[in-house]
Structure formats: C-alpha cells, structure tokens
Design a protein around this ligand. Sequence first.
Ligand code: FAD
Length: 388
Amino acid sequence: MNLELTEEQAAVRELAADFVNREVVPNAAAWDRAEQVDQGIVKKLGALGFLGLTIPEEYGGSGGDHLAYVLVTEELGRGDSSVRGLLSVSLGLVAKSINHWGTEDQKQRWLPRLCAGDALGCFALTEPGTGSDAGNLTTRAVRDGDHWVINGAKMFITNGTWAEVALVFARTGEPGDPEQAGHKGVSAFLVPTDTPGLTRTTVHGKLGLRGQPTAELVFEDVRVPADAMLGPEGKGFNVAMSALAKGRMSVAAGCVGIIQASLDAAVAYATQREQFAKPIASHQLVQEMLADIKVELDAARLLVWRVADLIERGEPFQTESSVAKLYASEAAVKAANTALQVFGGYGFIDEYPVGKYVRDARVMTLYEGTSQIQKLLIGRALTGVNAF
Ligand SMILES: Cc1cc2nc3c(=O)[nH]c(=O)nc-3n(C[C@H](O)[C@H](O)[C@H](O)COP(=O)(O)OP(=O)(O)OC[C@H]3O[C@@H](n4cnc5c(N)ncnc54)[C@H](O)[C@@H]3O)c2cc1C
C-alpha cells in the first residue's frame, strides 16, 4: 500500500478540509441543538464534486478514486458526523449501488441528480422487527402486471425525509418456497419518495447525529413500475451486502474524522488549561490520554486506507472493511470519551465540542452492522463457519 497521496488526492483533501473548517465546524453545534443541519449543505457538497466521487463523469460524477472518497469522508466526519452521514448514505450506499447494479436508464435518471446534490438518496433495509437479521425482512413486493406493489415498514432510515429516491429492499419470493426463503427472496427497488402510499415520519430524540434526518417509512400499496427493480429479481440481498461492504469503509472513515477532531480538541485544551500552576499537558497522565488517542487514530486510519487500496486494486476487501469498521468505530467511542476526560467538567457541557463527539460516535458501533455482527463476519471469513 502506497501511503503517499497523489497530487489529486492531496488537493481534494485540502478542498474538503477548507470547506469543513469554513462551512461545517462553525455551525455543527447549532445544527445539533436545532436537530437539523442546514439543508443547503447538500447542494454545496454536490457543487464541490464530493457527492459524485468515484462515479463516472458521464453520469454527472466527479471521478476520483476510493482513497479520495475516504479522505473527503474523514474530513466531513471531523466536522460533523451528521453531514458525513448524508454523503455516506446518498453517495456511498445509493449512488454507488445504482452505478454498480443499475440499467442505463436508471443511471441516467438518478445519478446526475444525486451527484449534483439536487437530490438525496436513502437506503431502506432495516425494519422495526429486523435489524441485524436483515435477511428476514418482511416488507413485501407483489407483482401486478407491469408493476410491483410494496407493503411494509422501514425503520431508522438516514436521509429518509429528505430523500428523493429510496433504495428499498422487499421480499418478492413466493411464500412457502424454501428456494426463496430468507435473503434469497429479497429484491431491491428504486422508489421515488413522492410515490402515493409512502409515508415518512421523522424519528426524534436521537442521542447523536441529531442534525441528520432519520425516518420511519411506511409503504401502503406503493406501486412502482417493473423497471424500478435494481439488479436481478431475488438478488436484492446481494445489492444490500455489496453496498454495505463499501459503506462500512465510509463509516470507518467518518470515525477517523471523529478521532482526529477529538485529538485536535484535546491537545488544544491540554496545552492551554492550567492546573497545579502548569498546563495540564505537562502532567504525564494527561499526555498518556493524548497518546492513547493518537495511536487509535493512526491505526484506524491505516485500516481504512487499506480498504480503499484493496478496492482500487480489484482485490477482495469485504473482511478488511469489517475489520476497519469494527476497529474505527470502537476507537472513536473510546477516543471521544478520552477527549472528554481531558476537558474535565467543561467536557460535559456543550460549550465545547467533545460531548457531541461522544454522542455522535456512539451510533457507529451500531449501524451498518453492529460490532457483534462485524465479529461474526470476520469469524466466518477466518473459519468458514457461519455462527449467526
Ligand atoms: C441513527 C441511525 C441511523 C440508521 N440509518 C439506517 C439506514 O439509513 N438504513 C437502514 O437500513 N438502517 C439504518 N439504521 C439501522 C441500523 O443499521 C440498525 O439499528 C442495526 O443494524 C442494528 O439493528 P437493530 O437496531 O434492530 O438491533 P438488533 O439487531 O435487535 O440487535 C440488538 C443487539 O443484539 C445483538 N445481536 C443481534 N444478533 C446477534 C447475533 N447473531 N449474535 C450476536 N449478537 C447479536 C446486536 O449486536 C445488538 O447488540 C440506522 C440506525 C440508527 C440508530
């Protein structure tokens, strides 16, 4: 793995860092309190080309490689995990899936709008009764002539209320057919969110990611044309898993951003705050806390960059993506918590950003596969034994 950035990668990282310092960091606390980031940020992310990274230019994308994508995602995660999540879902899970699995018509219809930030996408897999066990989802799509009719509910859907298109996973297999049971009977659909019968309700009261719209989606006889199916019939779970394998790299990159932000804040505070007539940075136990965060930062970053490198080289990367997500998410929780410790009592009030880092980091070990699920994936890759 070459750790030296190309000129292009360095330039996109600088562009992202500058954008985050100007447009995101100064607003993050207010967006968190208001429970909503400024929706105008989406268009700005599009204008800078961030929402089109790795998507071919012929579909409105901005090209770039997966390390460039990771670098931008890290920077957004440093600024505000809510903003980072908008991009990880709309580009990382939805646009990339359309680019990989879509027909020419689907690509032409959705990718230019998603890449420009004229529209957001959401990824609707989780249901009220199926989270980790996503292959047993119960939302059903039934064929009716040249349409599919979808009924069911989806839970905790990021971008849900803002999205123009939902990538929805529904059961199309014949009930009772063992060949189509579980994940084998699932198909994926691109559903415009203004389709009659689709209701979207904001989930309030989140511990973190408060600026980001999270929604419950309810489908009551939602009719979509047959050509709304993404990928082959019965291969929806493959669509979902291929999206999440890369998505986990994106979440992990966001976690690297949280760890970097935690370290920056802790170092700045420790060198300025005085106790016992000297900066707290000169107490060895405080330096230990800073060193612990730094080690986690470097380790997490290298694991994430390795995934990007494997993808670019066309090598298998799925297990390495789980390793990076597991490590970086647990490290982000620890790092944010340690940074709060460095701040003492001031860390506990929202005048300083570290409390928000703790709250935002907490979800990272839960979504896109919990830490327990990542361990089962890694264990299965090591042993060939499915322990789910
Ligand atoms: C803010 C937020 C945003 C989200 N965004 C999206 C989104 O955009 N799209 C989407 O589809 N979903 C989204 N999710 C859902 C998220 O992916 C799920 O919450 C997650 O997969 C866990 O599912 P669950 O909450 O149902 O927990 P459960 O699956 O009920 O798990 C509960 C606990 O049991 C453990 N557990 C479960 N099964 C096993 C097992 N076999 N072995 C060991 N332990 C196990 C889990 O690790 C966990 O600790 C989001 C969630 C949140 C909180």
